[in-house]
Design a protein around this ligand. Sequence first.
Ligand SMILES: [Zn+2]
Length: 495
Amino acid sequence: MFSGVLLALALLPSPREFVPAAGHVREPSVSVTRDASLPPEGYSLEVTQSGVRIAAADDAGVFYARQTLEQLSGPQGVRCCRVRDWPEYPYRGVMIDDGRHFFGKAHILKTLEWMAKYKLNKFHWHLCEDQGWRIQIDGYPNLTTIGATRPRSPLPGRYTRAYDNRRYGPFFYTKDDIREVVARAEELHIEIIPDLEMPGHARSVIASYPELGCPTSPLDERTAWTDWGICDDVFCLGNEQVYRFWCDVIDEVCELFPSSRINMCGDECTTRNWSKCPKCRAKAEELGLEHISHLQGWMTNRIVAYLRSKGRYYMGYADGMGHGSSLGTGDVVAIAGSQTGGAEAAARGYKVVMAPVEYAYWDFNQGLAGDPYVYASWWSGSNPLGQVYSFQPRLGLSAGAAKNVIGGLAFNWSEYTATPAELEWKMWPRAIAFAQALWNPPSGYSYAERFLPALSGHLERLRAAGVNCATWAPESPRACTGGMSADNQVMKVAE
Ligand SMILES: [Zn+2]
Protein backbone atom coordinates (compact mmCIF):
# COMPACT_ATOMS: atom_id res chain seq x y z
CA MET A 1 0.00 0.00 0.00
CA PHE A 2 1.10 3.51 -0.70
CA SER A 3 2.66 5.38 2.19
CA GLY A 4 3.45 9.06 1.86
CA VAL A 5 6.04 8.73 4.62
CA LEU A 6 8.27 6.04 3.14
CA LEU A 7 7.92 6.48 -0.59
CA ALA A 8 7.96 9.21 -3.18
CA LEU A 9 4.64 10.25 -4.72
CA ALA A 10 2.88 8.26 -7.41
CA LEU A 11 3.22 10.49 -10.45
CA LEU A 12 0.30 12.76 -11.35
CA PRO A 13 -0.53 13.46 -14.03
CA SER A 14 0.59 9.93 -14.79
CA PRO A 15 3.22 9.99 -17.52
CA ARG A 16 2.98 8.39 -20.97
CA GLU A 17 5.70 5.86 -20.26
CA PHE A 18 7.03 4.92 -16.86
CA VAL A 19 9.49 2.09 -16.23
CA PRO A 20 10.34 1.65 -12.56
CA ALA A 21 13.76 0.38 -11.48
CA ALA A 22 15.09 -0.84 -8.17
CA GLY A 23 16.53 1.56 -5.63
CA HIS A 24 16.87 5.25 -4.93
CA VAL A 25 19.64 7.73 -5.45
CA ARG A 26 20.51 10.48 -3.00
CA GLU A 27 21.29 14.00 -4.22
CA PRO A 28 22.03 12.93 -7.79
CA SER A 29 23.77 15.15 -10.30
CA VAL A 30 21.39 16.34 -13.06
CA SER A 31 22.38 16.67 -16.71
CA VAL A 32 20.14 18.37 -19.27
CA THR A 33 20.26 17.94 -23.05
CA ARG A 34 18.01 18.82 -25.98
CA ASP A 35 16.12 16.19 -27.94
CA ALA A 36 14.30 17.59 -30.95
CA SER A 37 12.54 14.29 -31.51
CA LEU A 38 10.36 14.89 -28.44
CA PRO A 39 7.05 16.78 -28.88
CA PRO A 40 6.71 20.36 -27.57
CA GLU A 41 6.74 20.39 -23.74
CA GLY A 42 7.80 16.74 -23.80
CA TYR A 43 10.76 15.27 -21.91
CA SER A 44 12.54 12.09 -21.07
CA LEU A 45 13.99 11.43 -17.66
CA GLU A 46 16.33 8.72 -16.50
CA VAL A 47 17.17 8.24 -12.83
CA THR A 48 19.99 5.76 -12.13
CA GLN A 49 22.68 5.37 -9.48
CA SER A 50 24.97 7.46 -11.67
CA GLY A 51 22.61 10.42 -11.71
CA VAL A 52 19.64 12.05 -13.45
CA ARG A 53 19.55 12.61 -17.20
CA ILE A 54 16.91 14.95 -18.62
CA ALA A 55 16.32 15.42 -22.33
CA ALA A 56 13.66 17.78 -23.63
CA ALA A 57 12.49 19.50 -26.78
CA ASP A 58 12.26 22.94 -25.16
CA ASP A 59 12.54 24.87 -21.88
CA ALA A 60 9.01 23.87 -20.88
CA GLY A 61 9.96 20.21 -21.27
CA VAL A 62 12.95 20.68 -18.96
CA PHE A 63 10.68 22.43 -16.47
CA TYR A 64 8.15 19.57 -16.54
CA ALA A 65 10.91 16.99 -16.13
CA ARG A 66 11.91 18.84 -12.96
CA GLN A 67 8.31 18.77 -11.69
CA THR A 68 8.27 15.01 -12.22
CA LEU A 69 11.62 14.72 -10.48
CA GLU A 70 10.19 16.56 -7.48
CA GLN A 71 7.36 14.00 -7.28
CA LEU A 72 9.87 11.14 -7.50
CA SER A 73 11.83 12.52 -4.56
CA GLY A 74 11.22 11.25 -1.06
CA PRO A 75 13.06 10.75 2.19
CA GLN A 76 15.04 7.86 0.67
CA GLY A 77 16.22 9.92 -2.28
CA VAL A 78 15.00 9.95 -5.88
CA ARG A 79 13.29 6.82 -7.08
CA CYS A 80 15.17 5.10 -9.95
CA CYS A 81 13.13 4.89 -13.15
CA ARG A 82 12.79 5.87 -16.79
CA VAL A 83 10.08 8.29 -17.97
CA ARG A 84 9.04 9.51 -21.41
CA ASP A 85 6.28 12.04 -21.31
CA TRP A 86 4.48 14.72 -23.30
CA PRO A 87 1.06 16.43 -23.22
CA GLU A 88 -1.93 15.47 -25.32
CA TYR A 89 -3.23 19.06 -25.40
CA PRO A 90 -1.20 22.29 -25.58
CA TYR A 91 -3.91 24.31 -23.79
CA ARG A 92 -4.36 23.26 -20.16
CA GLY A 93 -6.03 26.15 -18.40
CA VAL A 94 -7.67 27.35 -15.23
CA MET A 95 -9.59 30.59 -14.76
CA ILE A 96 -10.05 32.53 -11.53
CA ASP A 97 -12.89 35.06 -11.42
CA ASP A 98 -11.57 38.03 -9.46
CA GLY A 99 -14.55 40.13 -10.53
CA ARG A 100 -17.33 38.79 -8.30
CA HIS A 101 -14.96 38.29 -5.39
CA PHE A 102 -11.38 39.47 -5.16
CA PHE A 103 -8.69 37.01 -4.04
CA GLY A 104 -5.50 39.06 -4.09
CA LYS A 105 -1.95 38.75 -5.33
CA ALA A 106 -0.68 36.28 -2.71
CA HIS A 107 -3.41 33.83 -3.58
CA ILE A 108 -2.89 34.14 -7.32
CA LEU A 109 0.84 33.51 -6.87
CA LYS A 110 0.15 30.46 -4.70
CA THR A 111 -2.30 29.09 -7.28
CA LEU A 112 0.25 29.46 -10.07
CA GLU A 113 2.86 27.50 -8.08
CA TRP A 114 0.50 24.55 -7.66
CA MET A 115 -0.81 24.69 -11.21
CA ALA A 116 2.76 24.38 -12.48
CA LYS A 117 3.43 21.30 -10.32
CA TYR A 118 0.60 19.55 -12.18
CA LYS A 119 1.68 20.82 -15.61
CA LEU A 120 -1.22 23.21 -16.13
CA ASN A 121 0.05 25.98 -18.40
CA LYS A 122 -2.62 28.64 -19.02
CA PHE A 123 -4.03 30.95 -16.39
CA HIS A 124 -7.08 33.02 -17.32
CA TRP A 125 -7.21 36.03 -15.05
CA HIS A 126 -10.79 37.32 -15.04
CA LEU A 127 -10.32 40.99 -14.22
CA CYS A 128 -13.51 42.74 -15.33
CA GLU A 129 -17.03 41.97 -14.31
CA ASP A 130 -20.35 43.74 -13.74
CA GLN A 131 -19.61 43.41 -10.03
CA GLY A 132 -16.06 44.78 -10.06
CA TRP A 133 -13.23 46.09 -12.26
CA ARG A 134 -9.91 44.78 -10.90
CA ILE A 135 -7.01 46.17 -12.94
CA GLN A 136 -5.40 49.60 -12.70
CA ILE A 137 -5.82 51.55 -15.96
CA ASP A 138 -4.06 54.91 -15.83
CA GLY A 139 -6.20 56.53 -18.51
CA TYR A 140 -9.45 55.70 -16.68
CA PRO A 141 -8.92 56.11 -12.93
CA ASN A 142 -12.62 55.82 -12.05
CA LEU A 143 -12.46 52.13 -12.97
CA THR A 144 -10.56 51.34 -9.80
CA THR A 145 -12.34 53.74 -7.50
CA ILE A 146 -16.00 53.60 -8.49
CA GLY A 147 -15.79 50.44 -10.60
CA ALA A 148 -13.90 48.36 -8.04
CA THR A 149 -16.41 48.95 -5.25
CA ARG A 150 -19.96 47.90 -4.56
CA PRO A 151 -22.06 49.05 -1.60
CA ARG A 152 -23.38 45.55 -0.82
CA SER A 153 -23.33 41.98 -2.10
CA PRO A 154 -26.04 39.35 -2.39
CA LEU A 155 -26.25 37.08 0.63
CA PRO A 156 -24.50 33.81 -0.14
CA GLY A 157 -26.30 30.79 -1.35
CA ARG A 158 -29.65 32.08 -2.45
CA TYR A 159 -30.74 33.99 -5.51
CA THR A 160 -33.12 36.12 -3.56
CA ARG A 161 -32.17 39.80 -3.80
CA ALA A 162 -31.25 39.78 -0.13
CA TYR A 163 -28.05 41.67 0.71
CA ASP A 164 -25.35 41.91 3.34
CA ASN A 165 -25.26 45.75 3.21
CA ARG A 166 -21.46 45.72 3.55
CA ARG A 167 -19.27 47.82 1.29
CA TYR A 168 -17.02 45.57 -0.84
CA GLY A 169 -13.88 47.25 -2.14
CA PRO A 170 -12.23 49.05 -3.67
CA PHE A 171 -10.29 45.88 -4.56
CA PHE A 172 -7.98 45.79 -7.55
CA TYR A 173 -4.49 44.86 -8.80
CA THR A 174 -1.98 47.63 -9.33
CA LYS A 175 0.28 47.52 -12.35
CA ASP A 176 3.15 46.49 -10.08
CA ASP A 177 1.07 43.58 -8.76
CA ILE A 178 0.39 42.44 -12.30
CA ARG A 179 4.02 42.73 -13.36
CA GLU A 180 5.10 40.62 -10.39
CA VAL A 181 2.52 37.91 -11.13
CA VAL A 182 3.30 37.85 -14.86
CA ALA A 183 7.04 37.56 -14.17
CA ARG A 184 6.55 34.62 -11.79
CA ALA A 185 4.18 32.92 -14.25
CA GLU A 186 6.83 33.11 -16.95
CA GLU A 187 9.28 31.28 -14.70
CA LEU A 188 6.61 28.64 -14.13
CA HIS A 189 5.93 28.24 -17.87
CA ILE A 190 2.40 29.50 -17.42
CA GLU A 191 0.94 31.96 -19.90
CA ILE A 192 -1.46 34.43 -18.29
CA ILE A 193 -4.35 35.42 -20.52
CA PRO A 194 -6.19 38.49 -19.26
CA ASP A 195 -9.98 38.18 -19.44
CA LEU A 196 -11.69 41.46 -20.33
CA GLU A 197 -15.41 41.77 -21.09
CA MET A 198 -17.24 43.47 -23.93
CA PRO A 199 -19.87 44.37 -25.06
CA GLY A 200 -21.75 42.82 -22.12
CA HIS A 201 -20.77 42.47 -18.45
CA ALA A 202 -20.10 46.21 -18.56
CA ARG A 203 -21.85 47.49 -15.46
CA SER A 204 -18.71 48.36 -13.44
CA VAL A 205 -17.38 50.37 -16.40
CA ILE A 206 -20.64 52.20 -17.00
CA ALA A 207 -20.82 53.06 -13.30
CA SER A 208 -17.34 54.57 -13.67
CA TYR A 209 -18.08 56.33 -16.97
CA PRO A 210 -21.84 56.60 -17.49
CA GLU A 211 -21.42 58.07 -20.98
CA LEU A 212 -20.33 54.60 -22.19
CA GLY A 213 -23.82 53.18 -21.60
CA CYS A 214 -26.96 53.84 -23.64
CA PRO A 215 -28.31 57.30 -22.69
CA THR A 216 -31.88 56.03 -22.65
CA SER A 217 -31.10 53.43 -19.98
CA PRO A 218 -29.41 55.21 -17.05
CA LEU A 219 -28.17 53.12 -14.11
CA ASP A 220 -30.39 52.72 -11.07
CA GLU A 221 -27.35 53.71 -8.95
CA ARG A 222 -23.80 54.59 -9.92
CA THR A 223 -21.98 51.56 -8.49
CA ALA A 224 -20.71 48.22 -9.67
CA TRP A 225 -23.55 45.71 -9.81
CA THR A 226 -24.87 44.36 -6.54
CA ASP A 227 -26.62 41.30 -7.99
CA TRP A 228 -25.50 38.07 -9.63
CA GLY A 229 -26.77 37.00 -13.03
CA ILE A 230 -26.92 38.68 -16.42
CA CYS A 231 -27.01 42.46 -16.31
CA ASP A 232 -28.71 44.60 -18.96
CA ASP A 233 -26.21 47.46 -18.53
CA VAL A 234 -24.12 46.85 -21.64
CA PHE A 235 -21.92 49.20 -23.68
CA CYS A 236 -23.68 51.61 -26.07
CA LEU A 237 -22.36 50.48 -29.43
CA GLY A 238 -23.81 53.54 -31.16
CA ASN A 239 -21.24 55.62 -29.26
CA GLU A 240 -17.79 55.82 -30.85
CA GLN A 241 -16.28 56.61 -27.42
CA VAL A 242 -16.80 52.95 -26.50
CA TYR A 243 -14.43 51.82 -29.24
CA ARG A 244 -11.86 54.42 -28.14
CA PHE A 245 -12.24 53.26 -24.53
CA TRP A 246 -11.46 49.67 -25.50
CA CYS A 247 -8.49 50.61 -27.67
CA ASP A 248 -7.05 52.63 -24.76
CA VAL A 249 -7.62 49.82 -22.26
CA ILE A 250 -6.16 47.22 -24.65
CA ASP A 251 -3.07 49.42 -25.06
CA GLU A 252 -2.43 49.42 -21.31
CA VAL A 253 -3.31 45.73 -20.91
CA CYS A 254 -0.91 44.76 -23.70
CA GLU A 255 1.91 46.64 -21.96
CA LEU A 256 1.40 44.41 -18.92
CA PHE A 257 0.63 41.03 -20.45
CA PRO A 258 2.88 39.45 -23.07
CA SER A 259 0.24 36.80 -23.97
CA SER A 260 -0.41 36.22 -27.65
CA ARG A 261 -4.15 36.26 -26.97
CA ILE A 262 -6.47 38.59 -25.12
CA ASN A 263 -9.78 37.08 -24.04
CA MET A 264 -12.53 39.62 -24.70
CA CYS A 265 -15.18 37.10 -23.53
CA GLY A 266 -18.18 38.54 -25.40
CA ASP A 267 -20.69 36.33 -23.63
CA GLU A 268 -24.18 36.97 -22.30
CA CYS A 269 -24.76 40.36 -23.93
CA THR A 270 -28.41 41.39 -23.84
CA THR A 271 -29.86 43.78 -26.45
CA ARG A 272 -32.71 45.29 -24.46
CA ASN A 273 -30.98 48.68 -24.06
CA TRP A 274 -29.82 48.80 -27.68
CA SER A 275 -33.39 48.35 -28.94
CA LYS A 276 -34.47 51.45 -27.00
CA CYS A 277 -31.40 53.56 -27.77
CA PRO A 278 -31.54 56.08 -30.67
CA LYS A 279 -27.73 55.95 -31.03
CA CYS A 280 -27.63 52.16 -31.28
CA ARG A 281 -30.63 52.02 -33.62
CA ALA A 282 -29.13 54.70 -35.89
CA LYS A 283 -25.82 52.81 -36.00
CA ALA A 284 -27.55 49.52 -36.88
CA GLU A 285 -29.47 51.28 -39.65
CA GLU A 286 -26.38 53.03 -40.99
CA LEU A 287 -24.58 49.67 -41.15
CA GLY A 288 -27.59 47.96 -42.76
CA LEU A 289 -27.67 45.30 -40.02
CA GLU A 290 -30.48 42.76 -40.17
CA HIS A 291 -30.93 42.72 -36.44
CA ILE A 292 -29.89 45.03 -33.59
CA SER A 293 -27.97 42.12 -31.95
CA HIS A 294 -25.57 42.16 -34.91
CA LEU A 295 -24.01 45.31 -33.47
CA GLN A 296 -22.01 42.90 -31.32
CA GLY A 297 -20.41 41.17 -34.31
CA TRP A 298 -19.65 44.51 -35.94
CA MET A 299 -17.89 45.87 -32.84
CA THR A 300 -16.14 42.58 -32.14
CA ASN A 301 -14.65 42.58 -35.63
CA ARG A 302 -13.22 46.05 -34.99
CA ILE A 303 -11.65 44.81 -31.74
CA VAL A 304 -10.27 41.73 -33.51
CA ALA A 305 -8.63 44.06 -36.06
CA TYR A 306 -7.28 46.37 -33.36
CA LEU A 307 -5.73 43.47 -31.47
CA ARG A 308 -4.22 42.16 -34.68
CA SER A 309 -2.69 45.59 -35.37
CA LYS A 310 -0.87 45.18 -32.05
CA GLY A 311 0.29 41.66 -32.86
CA ARG A 312 -2.26 40.07 -30.52
CA TYR A 313 -5.14 37.73 -31.20
CA TYR A 314 -8.75 37.67 -30.17
CA MET A 315 -10.22 35.04 -27.94
CA GLY A 316 -13.84 34.87 -26.82
CA TYR A 317 -16.68 32.63 -25.74
CA ALA A 318 -18.35 30.66 -28.49
CA ASP A 319 -21.80 31.95 -27.52
CA GLY A 320 -20.77 35.52 -28.38
CA MET A 321 -19.49 34.69 -31.85
CA GLY A 322 -22.80 34.15 -33.59
CA HIS A 323 -24.18 37.66 -33.50
CA GLY A 324 -23.73 38.86 -37.05
CA SER A 325 -19.98 38.46 -36.91
CA SER A 326 -17.87 36.70 -39.46
CA LEU A 327 -14.68 36.54 -37.46
CA GLY A 328 -11.70 35.21 -39.33
CA THR A 329 -11.23 31.65 -38.17
CA GLY A 330 -7.46 31.27 -38.48
CA ASP A 331 -6.45 33.22 -35.43
CA VAL A 332 -9.58 33.26 -33.29
CA VAL A 333 -9.99 30.91 -30.36
CA ALA A 334 -13.45 30.08 -29.10
CA ILE A 335 -14.02 28.96 -25.53
CA ALA A 336 -16.95 26.56 -25.46
CA GLY A 337 -19.18 26.12 -22.42
CA SER A 338 -20.80 23.01 -23.88
CA GLN A 339 -19.58 20.10 -25.93
CA THR A 340 -22.17 20.75 -28.64
CA GLY A 341 -21.19 24.44 -28.80
CA GLY A 342 -17.55 23.43 -29.01
CA ALA A 343 -18.26 20.87 -31.72
CA GLU A 344 -20.08 23.54 -33.75
CA ALA A 345 -17.26 26.08 -33.37
CA ALA A 346 -14.64 23.45 -34.25
CA ALA A 347 -16.62 22.44 -37.34
CA ARG A 348 -16.74 26.13 -38.39
CA GLY A 349 -12.95 26.17 -38.27
CA TYR A 350 -12.25 27.99 -35.01
CA LYS A 351 -9.60 26.71 -32.70
CA VAL A 352 -11.54 25.61 -29.64
CA VAL A 353 -10.80 25.40 -25.94
CA MET A 354 -13.42 23.17 -24.33
CA ALA A 355 -14.93 24.24 -21.01
CA PRO A 356 -18.14 22.23 -20.69
CA VAL A 357 -20.29 23.02 -17.69
CA GLU A 358 -20.42 19.39 -16.55
CA TYR A 359 -16.63 19.09 -16.17
CA ALA A 360 -15.14 22.55 -16.03
CA TYR A 361 -17.35 24.56 -13.65
CA TRP A 362 -15.74 24.22 -10.25
CA ASP A 363 -18.14 26.58 -8.53
CA PHE A 364 -20.42 23.54 -8.76
CA ASN A 365 -20.31 21.41 -5.65
CA GLN A 366 -18.31 18.19 -5.44
CA GLY A 367 -20.96 15.81 -4.19
CA LEU A 368 -19.11 15.20 -0.93
CA ALA A 369 -20.87 14.34 2.27
CA GLY A 370 -20.16 17.10 4.78
CA ASP A 371 -18.84 19.53 2.16
CA PRO A 372 -18.43 22.82 4.05
CA TYR A 373 -18.92 24.94 0.93
CA VAL A 374 -22.17 23.73 -0.60
CA TYR A 375 -24.69 26.43 -1.23
CA ALA A 376 -28.14 25.57 -2.46
CA SER A 377 -27.84 28.14 -5.19
CA TRP A 378 -30.05 28.75 -8.19
CA TRP A 379 -27.15 27.87 -10.41
CA SER A 380 -24.78 25.20 -9.40
CA GLY A 381 -25.14 21.47 -9.83
CA SER A 382 -22.58 18.85 -8.90
CA ASN A 383 -19.24 18.10 -10.58
CA PRO A 384 -17.60 15.30 -8.60
CA LEU A 385 -13.92 14.56 -8.97
CA GLY A 386 -14.48 11.38 -11.00
CA GLN A 387 -16.53 13.32 -13.50
CA VAL A 388 -13.82 15.94 -13.96
CA TYR A 389 -11.34 13.09 -14.44
CA SER A 390 -13.49 11.62 -17.21
CA PHE A 391 -13.39 14.87 -19.27
CA GLN A 392 -12.62 14.17 -22.93
CA PRO A 393 -12.39 17.42 -24.93
CA ARG A 394 -12.66 15.66 -28.30
CA LEU A 395 -15.47 13.31 -27.37
CA GLY A 396 -17.86 12.66 -30.24
CA LEU A 397 -16.12 14.94 -32.76
CA SER A 398 -15.27 14.11 -36.35
CA ALA A 399 -11.55 13.82 -37.04
CA GLY A 400 -11.65 17.17 -38.88
CA ALA A 401 -13.30 19.00 -35.99
CA ALA A 402 -11.22 17.19 -33.35
CA LYS A 403 -7.96 18.61 -34.67
CA ASN A 404 -9.27 22.11 -33.93
CA VAL A 405 -9.71 21.31 -30.23
CA ILE A 406 -6.54 22.51 -28.53
CA GLY A 407 -7.40 21.80 -24.91
CA GLY A 408 -9.56 22.67 -21.95
CA LEU A 409 -10.23 25.45 -19.48
CA ALA A 410 -11.78 25.15 -16.03
CA PHE A 411 -13.79 28.00 -14.52
CA ASN A 412 -13.69 29.11 -10.91
CA TRP A 413 -16.65 31.49 -11.11
CA SER A 414 -16.90 33.27 -7.81
CA GLU A 415 -20.44 34.48 -7.14
CA TYR A 416 -20.60 31.93 -4.33
CA THR A 417 -16.91 31.76 -3.57
CA ALA A 418 -15.92 34.61 -1.29
CA THR A 419 -12.52 33.67 0.18
CA PRO A 420 -9.23 32.07 -0.93
CA ALA A 421 -9.91 29.11 1.38
CA GLU A 422 -13.22 28.36 -0.36
CA LEU A 423 -11.65 28.81 -3.76
CA GLU A 424 -8.92 26.30 -2.94
CA TRP A 425 -11.38 23.76 -1.61
CA LYS A 426 -13.32 23.90 -4.87
CA MET A 427 -10.22 23.84 -7.06
CA TRP A 428 -8.20 21.05 -5.39
CA PRO A 429 -8.02 18.18 -6.11
CA ARG A 430 -10.27 18.72 -9.14
CA ALA A 431 -7.38 20.57 -10.82
CA ILE A 432 -5.27 17.40 -10.63
CA ALA A 433 -7.98 15.30 -12.29
CA PHE A 434 -8.36 17.99 -14.96
CA ALA A 435 -4.60 18.06 -15.54
CA GLN A 436 -4.64 14.28 -15.99
CA ALA A 437 -7.45 14.53 -18.57
CA LEU A 438 -5.52 17.11 -20.60
CA TRP A 439 -1.96 15.86 -20.20
CA ASN A 440 -2.44 12.11 -20.57
CA PRO A 441 -6.11 11.24 -21.14
CA PRO A 442 -6.93 8.30 -18.92
CA SER A 443 -8.27 5.74 -21.34
CA GLY A 444 -7.98 2.49 -19.47
CA TYR A 445 -6.52 4.32 -16.47
CA SER A 446 -8.91 3.46 -13.73
CA TYR A 447 -10.23 6.24 -11.54
CA ALA A 448 -11.02 4.16 -8.48
CA GLU A 449 -8.19 1.67 -8.71
CA ARG A 450 -5.30 3.89 -9.77
CA PHE A 451 -6.07 7.61 -9.74
CA LEU A 452 -7.56 7.84 -6.25
CA PRO A 453 -4.80 5.76 -4.58
CA ALA A 454 -2.18 7.84 -6.43
CA LEU A 455 -3.94 10.98 -5.28
CA SER A 456 -3.71 10.30 -1.57
CA GLY A 457 -0.03 11.29 -1.31
CA HIS A 458 -0.72 14.42 -3.32
CA LEU A 459 -3.51 15.41 -0.95
CA GLU A 460 -1.03 15.08 1.91
CA ARG A 461 1.47 17.22 0.04
CA LEU A 462 -1.12 19.92 -0.70
CA ARG A 463 -2.37 20.00 2.88
CA ALA A 464 1.15 20.07 4.31
CA ALA A 465 1.77 23.16 2.17
CA GLY A 466 -1.35 24.87 3.48
CA VAL A 467 -3.62 24.30 0.49
CA ASN A 468 -7.20 23.83 1.63
CA CYS A 469 -8.11 20.92 -0.63
CA ALA A 470 -11.31 18.93 -0.54
CA THR A 471 -11.33 15.62 1.26
CA TRP A 472 -11.28 12.70 -1.14
CA ALA A 473 -10.64 9.03 -0.56
CA PRO A 474 -11.31 5.91 -2.64
CA GLU A 475 -14.28 5.14 -0.45
CA SER A 476 -15.86 8.59 -0.96
CA PRO A 477 -19.53 7.80 -1.17
CA ARG A 478 -20.14 9.75 -4.35
CA ALA A 479 -16.89 9.06 -6.20
CA CYS A 480 -18.37 8.36 -9.61
CA THR A 481 -16.46 6.52 -12.30
CA GLY A 482 -17.08 8.86 -15.18
CA GLY A 483 -19.82 10.17 -17.40
CA MET A 484 -22.34 12.73 -16.31
CA SER A 485 -23.85 12.00 -12.93
CA ALA A 486 -27.60 11.83 -12.73
CA ASP A 487 -27.85 14.74 -10.35
CA ASN A 488 -25.74 17.08 -12.45
CA GLN A 489 -28.55 19.36 -13.32
CA VAL A 490 -29.26 22.93 -12.42
CA MET A 491 -31.01 22.90 -9.11
CA LYS A 492 -33.85 25.26 -8.43
CA VAL A 493 -34.29 26.50 -4.93
CA ALA A 494 -37.80 26.49 -3.61
CA GLU A 495 -38.64 30.00 -2.46
ZN1 LIG B 1 -26.89 52.79 -27.23
